[in-house]
Design a protein around this ligand. Structure first.
Ligand code: ADA
Length: 544
C-alpha cells in the first residue's frame, strides 16, 4: 500500500511491489532484487554507481487503459512497456506516472532502467553530504482507468468570519479521441456536490467548487482531525484526505488556526543502514515514534520531497512539516548547470502537485544552502519562490541559508531561516551569534519576517564516550546541543528550530566532506541503526 488510506473504491489497482529481475550494466549475472529497494543492499553493489535494469512480467486481467505510478526511482528512470518507451523522469524523490491506452489482456513486460550516475545530466543529484542510492526506492502501482479518469484533487481550506469554507479543484482527464459528458460527484464533511461537464477529446479540465462547511473539527497539532474528500465519475473515483487548518504569520510568529506555534523540530534524511533510501512503512513509522517520543512537533524533509506514507503519518499525528525541493549546498557554478532550472522547476511542480493536500505541510522550502549570496543565485531564488506562489498561496515559504551577513535573497521567502553551527563550525556563544545575526537581518529585505534556525548541531560518534568530552564524543555533541537549545528556546525572536540531524546518514565519499568519520554525517541524535546517543535524553528534557 503506497498511502496510509484507501485512495480508490471503484478504480482497480494492483501493487507491483515484490521481487523484480535485475541486471546491472557491466555485470554478467542476473539478479532478483526487491522493489522498493536500493541496489546498494546487495553485496555486489554496496558502493556501485551505474545503470541497472529492473524487469517484470505484469499480468493485465482485462483489456483496459492503464496508469502506472512510480513513487520514486533513483535518480533517473526510463520506463518501457513491451519494449516501447513510456516515461522518462529525473529525481529520486518525486513521483511520476505513465498512461497506457487500450492495453490487451494478458502478459506484458515492464522494464525500468534506473541510473544513479553523476554528471552534467544531473544538476541536483551530485556527490553530497547524503547518499544518492540507486533503484526503485518507493512503491509502484498499476491502475485500470476508464477513458475519462480523475487525475488529481486539490483542497484549500479557508476560515473567514468564524466559518470554515474550502475550495475543491478536481482535475479530470479525457484520454479518448471523442468529446465526453460526465457527471462529477464530490463529498466532504457535510457537503455533497454534483456537476455535469463536457470534456474535449484528449483534454483535461478542472472543476472547481467553493463551499461552506459546518461543524468542522479543525486539524491541529494536538487534535489532527482528518476528513476524506471523495470524487466520483462513472467508472472511476479518487479519494484524498484533507484537514481544515489555516497558516498565517506576522513579523515574528507563525500561527496555525490563529494560534502561535513554536516549531521544535528535527531534520531528517530518508536513510536507514543498509536499506538506504528505500525505507519501509515500518521504518517511517518507527522514525515518527522516535520523533514524537523526543517531544518534537516538527520535521524538515532535508533536502528533498519525502515518501507520501511518511507525510500521511505526519498528518495523522499532527507533526508539522517543512517540505523542500531537492538541492543541497550548490555553488553558483553548479546552479548554472544547463539542467538546473528545469530540474528544480519539475521538482517543485511535482512536490506541490502531489503533496498539496497534506495539512501537516506548513512550509514549502527550496535550495538549502545554495548561492543565495550572489546576484545570479538570488535571481534563481526569486524565480523559484514565484513558481511556488503560482501553485500554492496558502503556505508560507522559506529557505535555509548559511550565507551569514552576505545573503542577498532574504527578501523573497516569507520566513527567514538560517543554518548556524555554534560550538561546531562557528563561534561558541549561540546567544551572541543569534542576536548579531538577527540585528543584521533587520538591516536587509529579510526584516520584519519570522525567523527559524533551520539547522544546528554537532557530530557525535555512536559509542564514543569520553570524560574529556573530546570533539566527536557523544558528550561533546550533547553539550553543544544543550547550549544551543537553551539559547533558542529562550529567545522570542524565533518561531522554530530544527536540530541537525535526526539520525546519522551515509555520505558520498567522493564529496569534499568525504573525510567524515565512517563516511557518515554523524550529527544524528540516533545512529544510522536508530540506536540512541547520549544527547537524546538531554534534548528530550529540553524539548519537553
Ligand atoms: C549543512 C547542510 C546539511 C549538512 C550540515 C553539516 O548545514 O545543510 O546538509 O551538510 O551542514 O552536517 O555540516
Amino acid at each position: 500500500m503506497n498511502r496510509s488510506f484507501e485512495t480508490h473504491i471503484i478504480r482497480e489497482e494492483k501493487s507491483l511491489d515484490g521481487l523484480w529481475n535485475f541486471k546491472m550494466k557491466g555485470f554478467e549475472k542476473n539478479y532478483t532484487l526487491p522493489v522498493p529497494g536500493c541496489w546498494e543492499q546487495h553485496p555486489d553493489f554496496i558502493s556501485h554507481r551505474g545503470k541497472g535494469t529492473y524487469s517484470k512480467t505484469v499480468c493485465v486481467k482485462k483489456t483496459s487503459n492503464l496508469r502506472l505510478e512510480f513513487k520514486g526511482v533513483s535518480h533517473t528512470a526510463d520506463v518501457y512497456f513491451d519494449g516501447k518507451k513510456i516515461a522518462h523522469h529525473y529525481n529520486a524523490y518525486t513521483p511520476f506516472s505513465a498512461i497506457l491506452k487500450n492495453v490487451t489482456a494478458g502478459e506484458h513486460e515492464l522494464k525500468v532502467e534506473a541510473d544513479n550516475t553523476f554528471g552534467e545530466h544531473s544538476a541536483l543529484h551530485i556527490p553530497n553530504d547524503y547518499y544518492t542510492y540507486g533503484g526503485i526506492i518507493r512503491p509502484v502501482t498499476m491502475e485500470y482507468i476508464p477513458d475519462v479518469y480523475i487525475k488529481h484533487i486539490h483542497f484549500t481550506p479557508l476560515f473567514e468570519n468564524g466559518a470554515w469554507s474550502g475550495k475543491t479543484q478536481v482535475c479530470i482527464s479525457n484520454i479518448s479521441s471523442c468529446n465526453k459528458t460526465i457527471t462529477l460527484r464530490t463529498s466532504l464533511a457535510d457537503k455533497v456536490c454534483e456537476k455535469t461537464v463536457e470534456i474535449g477529446a484528449d483534454c483535461e479540465i478542472i472543476c472547481e467548487f467553493e463551499q461552506i462547511y459546518t461543524d468542522i473539527k479543525p486539524w491541529s497539532s494536538s487534535n489532527p482531525h482528518l476528513y476524506l474528500l471523495k470524487a466520483e465519475i462513472d467508472g472511476d473515483d479518487l479519494i484524498e484526505r484533507v484537514g481544515f487548518r489555516t497558516i498565517s504569520f506576522d513579523k515574528t510568529r507563525l500561527y496555525i488556526n490563529g494560534e502561535s506555534v513554536f516549531l521544535k523540530g528535527v531534520n531528517r534524511h530518508e536513510d536507514f543502514a543498509s536499506f538506504g533510501s528505500a525505507l519501509s512503512l515500518q521504518m517511517h513509522c518507527t522514525d515518527l515514534d522516535l520523533i514524537e517520543n523526543l517531544g518534537a512537533n516538527a520535521v524538515r524533509t532535508s533536502h528533498y520531497p519525502n515518501d507520501e506514507r511518511f507525510l500521511d503519518m505526519c498528518d495523522e499525528r499532527g507533526i508539522f512539516v517543512w517540505e523542500e525541493n531537492h538541492a543541497r549546498g550548490l555553488e553558483l557554478e553548479q546552479m548554472q548547470n544547463p539542467n538546473f532550472e528545469r530540474q528544480c522547476k519539475d521538482c517543485i511542480y511535482e512536490m506541490i502537485q502531489n503533496h498539496y493536500n497534506h495539512p501537516s505541510i506548513i512550509i514549502w522550502g527550496i535550495l538549502n544552502e545554495c548561492a543565495s549570496n550572489t546576484c545570479e543565485g538570488a535571481q534563481m531564488y526569486k524565480t523559484q519562490f514565484e513558481q511556488i506562489k503560482t501553485l500554492d498561496t496558502s503556505r508560507p515559504t522559506s529557505f535555509a541559508s548559511n550565507k551569514r551577513y552576505t545573503d542577498l535573497s532574504l527578501g523573497y521567502p516569507d520566513i527567514v531561516s538560517y543554518n548556524i553551527y555554534c560550538g561546531w563550525y562557528h563561534v561558541n556563544d549561540s546567544n551572541a551569534e543569534l542576536n548579531r545575526l538577527y540585528d543584521w537581518i533587520q538591516t536587509t529585505d529579510g526584516k520584519d519576517k519570522p525567523m527559524i534556525i533551520s539547522e544546528f548541531g554537532a557530530g557525535g560518534i555512536y559509542g564514543y564516550r569520553d570524560s574529556a568530552r573530546a570533539k566527536w564524543s557523544e558528550e561533546r555533541q550533547m553539550d553543544i546541543l544543550e547550549e544551543n537549545i537553551n539559547t533558542y528556546l529562550n529567545n522570542n525572536k524565533l518561531t522554530g528550530i530544527f536540530i541537525w540531524l535526526f539520525a546519522d546518514c551515509r555520505v558520498d565519499e567522493s564529496w569534499s566532506f568525504g573525510t567524515r568519520p565512517k563516511s557518515q554525517n554523524n550529527k544524528g541524535l540516533f545512529d544510522i541503526y536508530r540506536r540512541e546517543k547520549l544527547a537524546l535524553s538531554k534534548v528530550k528534557e529540553l524539548f519537553k
